[in-house]
Design a protein around this ligand. Structure first.
Ligand code: SF4
Length: 247
């Protein structure tokens, strides 16, 4: 900025600065070639030295690059997820190496493996315990649509029945590179969301009647984990609104 003239005077000393007329008036730059060059120089300096962004943009950028996954795996896909944290694939390059043992400290759920009906309430409960804003990656064919166990009586036809999924990763199992690609896609999604990084949530509706019969204890437990959370105010509620077997 050293070659940019200062069109001002020192009010204390009365010293005349560059561009000031002896009579005290300030001379503005002529709109000629010199003025245009100076304007271009200022613009170049601003472009090089000043970054303008919004608070939302900064928040989304920091959120996207510090996604902490919840540390849990359900089946063989989890081995690939674990490999992504090894030195060969190094998920730390993307800011996601901090696998948290507590859902309270995690904002990314990687559903890696077969989701059985027995496990579904656990997955839903972990998701509910995670802090907002939170995101979900469905890793592998099993989590996405049952995989090789599709249509089995014991396996969910998709984890999107219990949690809203942001990115699906195909494969059986997907390689760690695929998981990293999903992570990059999720980061882009978060960074480009306009307001706060919250995405529109394709929330599951909590209707399990097509899959589980009336009175099924797993269905009751799952339904108790969806709004309006039936059984929440029941004093006898011990586990997801489902009484223990010997009661
Ligand atoms: S998708 Fe394949 S590798 Fe992954 S949990 Fe299912 S069976 Fe295992």
């Amino acid at each position: 900025m050293s070659n940019i003239p200062i069109f001002n005077s020192d009010p204390a000393s009365g010293a005349i600065r560059q561009g000031q007329q002896p009579g005290g008036e300030i001379a503005l730059p002529h709109p000629g070639i010199r003025g245009a060059e100076e304007a271009a120089a200022i613009e170049e300096e601003v472009r090089k030295n000043i970054l303008v962004t919004s608070v939302d943009g900064l928040l989304n950028w920091s959120r996207a690059h510090s996604l902490w996954p919840a540390m849990f795996g359900l089946a063989c896909c989890a081995i690939e997820m674990i490999a992504s944290a090894s030195s060969r694939y190094d998920i730390a390059r993307f800011g996601s190496e901090v696998f948290r043992a507590s859902p309270r400290q995690a904002d990314l759920m990687i559903v890696a493996g077969t989701v059985t009906w027995k496990m579904a309430p656990v997955v839903r409960r972990i998701y509910l315990q995670m802090a907002e804003p939170k995101w979900v990656i469905s890793m592998g064919g099993c989590a996405t649509m049952g995989g090789p166990f599709a249509y089995a009586y014991s396996v969910l036809p998709g984890v999107n029945l219990v949690v809203p999924v942001d990115v699906y990763v195909p494969g059986c199992p997907p390689r760690p590179e695929s998981l990293l690609q999903a992570l990059i896609m999720l980061q882009e999604k978060i960074k480009h969301h306009e307001i706060t990084g919250q995405r529109e949530r394709p929330e599951p509706d909590g209707d399990f009647s097509p899959y589980l019969p009336d009175g099924d204890p797993i269905r009751r437990e799952l339904e108790s984990l969806f709004y309006p959370f039936p059984g929440l105010d029941d004093p006898d509620r011990l586990s997801g609104g489902v009484p223990l077997a010997n009661r």
